[in-house]
Design a protein around this ligand. Sequence first.
Ligand code: NAG
Ligand code: NAG
Ligand code: NAG
Length: 390
Amino acid sequence: MEHTNHRRRRGLRLPRQASPVVSTTSTTTTLLLLVICLAALTRTPAAAEALRKRGADEGDTGGGGGSGCDNKAGGKQPSPVWVFGDSYADTGNLGDLGRELTRAWYDPYGVTFPGRPTGRFSDGRVLTDFIASAMGVPTPVAYKLRRGAARGLMARGMNFAVGGAGVLDTGNFQRNIGAQIDLFQAHHPPPTRGCDAGVAVVVVSGNDYSYAADKDNSTSAAIAYIPAVVRQLREQLRRLRDEVGMRKVVVTNLHPMGCTPLFTRALNYTACDPLANAGAAQHNAALQSVLAALDPANRTFLLLDLSTPFTAFVVEDAPERFPEPRRPCCESFSGDGHCGQQDDGGRRQYTLCDDPSKHFYWDDVHPTQAAWAAVARTFRPKIHEFLLST
Ligand SMILES: *[C@@H]1O[C@H](CO)[C@@H](O)[C@H](O)[C@H]1NC(C)=O
Ligand SMILES: *[C@@H]1O[C@H](CO)[C@@H](O)[C@H](O)[C@H]1NC(C)=O
Ligand SMILES: *[C@@H]1O[C@H](CO)[C@@H](O)[C@H](O)[C@H]1NC(C)=O
């Protein structure tokens, strides 16, 4: 029997008629076209260099230092890091469209770090912060916040990940992974001979499957969607290596989705949804074969295994670390509500735990900073070793 009544990914979904999103999208399209035209006019390296130096340009991300050569010449400078993905990686790219749609810009998000909401879907740091730290680089600037950022920082990477995104379109009006890579390419000339574009991080946490499950009201529809999603993910990974020129690409696998509070709430947080977990495992097996075929020697791609540490905490239980791993810290009164929700009088429609560091999940789908820190301890050495390999 299928559990079908509690799988909306609240907090990631935007309504289809949200006009601010539409107008943002068309502005961005115009901007993108402009950037593409500029790129077409400047084919010579000298002209491209001149363009890169013109910092006032609207479309310029200042990422000209993105070619790996500057870094190699400098000796020990780490490669720039470019992040693509969804709300597990977003550090401010989802615009503030109000408490209802974009709760990551409202309290109590950000209460642990930095003490106020910053567009991160957690009480504090998210996966991007921990991956960057493992790589020895500062957290890459969110694309949307680039105008306020120091130019030196922007040469060290950028985060294009946005909450709600998928490998394919998820009905959220957010750039999918392919469109995020398009955006990177629009801002960065291809690396010249003997150089590389840096390191890419690809974070895919299951919005494609939530979308498919919502649309057809069944987890089995989501499972039937796996081959299409993995095929498209394969194409984007191949593109990052062969067309974009990334030296290294880190890609996450799926956590056991059936253990997120979105599913466990209906079971009083005692158990996980087995079908959703089976789907995640099937996605992971398919992704592993894709990487084995694309890169048999494991030279370019690293599968960043989130499934194993998440499973250890939320399926098998580690009560001394996270006593109630399937119950969120921030819990809406209603199953249809969301963390941060208020009524018309501004009264909280959620409860907040005393100590987020004792909870694995912050809200109905997103881990706490403490959870990400615990997960990151398992991948730090692997990332380190992978980046050093040639
Ligand atoms: C979804 O499916 C469940 C049973 O599988 C059913 O009870 C529910 O009414 C369905 N919802 C919609 C919107 O079709
Ligand atoms: C849910 O679990 C709590 C303890 O964690 C318990 O007190 C409560 O009675 C349970 N509710 C149901 C409906 O089983
Ligand atoms: C590549 O990594 C996979 C695990 O992700 C492993 O099973 C395989 O043996 C590795 N191949 C080589 C040549 O090291």
